[in-house]
Structure formats: C-alpha cells, structure tokens
Design a protein around this ligand. Structure first.
Ligand code: AKG
Ligand code: FE2
Length: 277
C-alpha cells in the first residue's frame, strides 16, 4: 500500500489517500501516518466508512485510548464517544480548544469519524500552536517560555449546562472532584519532534499563574486571538465517512455550530498522551 500525502495549507493539514482504515494497518503504514501527523499536525482521510470497533483499533495503534468522563459513548465500544446533536449539547466544541487539557496527561490525539452531516455547515477548524508560537516576536516567546497556566474542566463544562438531571449532576460532581484545576506549561515542547507550541486554549485555560490577574487576562486574550489567526488554521468541510486525525499536543480546534436544528453525528476515539513539558 502506498500512501499519498497532500498538504492542504502552509500551517497544518494534509490529506492522506491510498489507505483503507477498516483493515489493520502494517507497522510501516502506522509509522508513515505518525510521521505525517508530526509534520502536518492534522490528517484527513476521505471515504473511510469504519465502524466503532475499526475506529478504536486504528486509534489504538498510536496509544491507549481514553474514556471520556462526560460524553456518551458507543456501548459496545466505550472508547468511542458520540457527538450527536440529537443527544448531547455540543456547543462546548464551538470554542477554540485543545481536548481534555484539564487532565494531567491530555490526549495525544484523536480520530474523528463523520457519521451524519447537515447538508452544509458543521465544518471544523484546526489551528497550529507551532505556527502560532513561531510567529511571536522573540521577546514574547522568551517571556512565555517557562510560564505555566491553569486549566479548568468547568470552563467548558459549566454546571448550568451539564448538571440538569440528577445523574448528570452526580457525574459532573464526580468529574469535578477527580479533575481539580491543574497547571501546564504555556509553551509546550512536542515530546517526539521537539518543536515548541503555544499550549493555552480558550476552552480550558483560565489563568497564567506567574502573572497578576490583569496581566494574565490581557496576555491570554492576546494569545487566544493570535493562536487562531486565519493563517495558522485550516477549515475542513466534511463529507460522510471522512476521518480526521489530529495531534492534540500542538493544535486546537473549533467545531462550527451553524447548522442546527439539522442533525450532525460524529464518533471520536481519543488517544491518551503524556504530561506536557
Ligand atoms: O464535532 C467536531 O467536528 C469536533 C468536535 C470536537 O471538538 C472533538 O471531537 O474534539
Ligand atoms: Fe474537541
């Protein structure tokens, strides 16, 4: 099998063809995909009608899988969570975020499969934290490198929206207890490529710890805006059976919420990562 890798924008994104994700992949193919992921940060595959088990098997070639504390999952394959607008309030994904940075070891990456789409709308955007960091001036890079920031699960999962039934409330409280606010470096070094990436996101980052509150607020505002400038992003227009695979260590993403009341259903397998440094 020979992969074709077509870059889609200067900052990040490539389309991969010449592969069938419904079958186990060879070691060589796995390594080629990992290499492409390190280079392009988000990969897109068209026409991959995979079931949840095949999706989980593919994702598990890159690491152990995470079971999300809040989102519903596929009962037979709990490593695959379901983002279905008919079931779940998915508005929290319509903010720029890096997945699960409220964990001490946020996800390495995720594999997202499009199951049911609106006629149009429902695009997803990704932004490269590497491109964003590299575009900062040297003095600002120096200031940020070495700082830490607080990440808090409740910023994207507020009690008002996720505690509506007694079961939801109990789950939210348990998740809150198990995931107290924690700190990560503001500038993260990719554990494999060694490249530096901005690692704050509007979804979960609440505070730069070493700065005063007003300084933190102003700098975070600047960084959230800078990190998502159009030239650091790619926007994907989904077709059914598309699969996206992103490196969650150096990117953030935004699911555009512009299509409801049409239904949109996505399946996600999330790969566990390591502690940022
Ligand atoms: O629905 C999407 O396109 C992406 C949602 C999202 O943020 C995620 O799956 O992590
Ligand atoms: Fe996400």
């Amino acid at each position: 099998m020979s992969l074709t890798i077509t870059p889609l924008s200067p900052a990040l994104g490539a389309q991969i063809s010449g592969i069938d994700l419904s079958h186990p992949i060879s070691h060589e193919t796995r390594d080629a995909i990992e290499h492409a992921l390190l280079t392009h940060q988000v990969l897109f595959f068209r026409d991959q009608p995979i079931n949840p088990r095949q999706q989980a098997e593919f994702a598990a070639r890159f690491g152990d899988l995470h079971i999300h504390p809040i989102y519903p999952n596929v009962p037979e394959t709990p490593q695959v969570l379901v983002l279905d607008t008919a079931v779940t309030d998915v508005r929290d994904n319509a903010v720029w975020h890096t997945d699960v940075t409220f964990l001490p070891t946020p996800a390495l990456g995720a594999v997202l499969s499009a199951k049911q789409l609106p006629a149009y709308g429902g695009d997803t955007l990704w932004a490269s934290g590497i491109a964003a960091f590299e575009a900062l001036s040297a003095p600002l890079q120096q200031l940020l490198d070495g700082l830490t920031a607080t990440h808090d699960f409740t910023k994207s999962f507020p009690l008002e929206r996720f505690g509506n039934t007694p079961e939801d409330l109990a789950r939210w409280k348990a998740t809150r207890r198990n995931n107290p606010p924690l700190s990560h470096p503001v500038v993260r070094t990719h554990p494999v490529s060694g490249r530096k990436s901005l690692f704050v996101n509007e979804g979960f980052t609440t505070r730069i710890n070493e700065l005063s509150e007003t300084e933190s607020e102003a700098i975070l505002k600047l960084l959230f805006a800078h990190a998502t400038r159009p030239e650091f992003t790619i926007r994907w227009r989904w077709q059914e059976s598309d699969v996206a695979f992103w490196d969650n260590r150096v990117t953030q993403h935004f699911a555009v919420d512009d299509y409801r009341p049409q239904r949109r259903v996505m399946h996600r397998a999330t790969i566990l990562g390591d502690a940022p440094f």
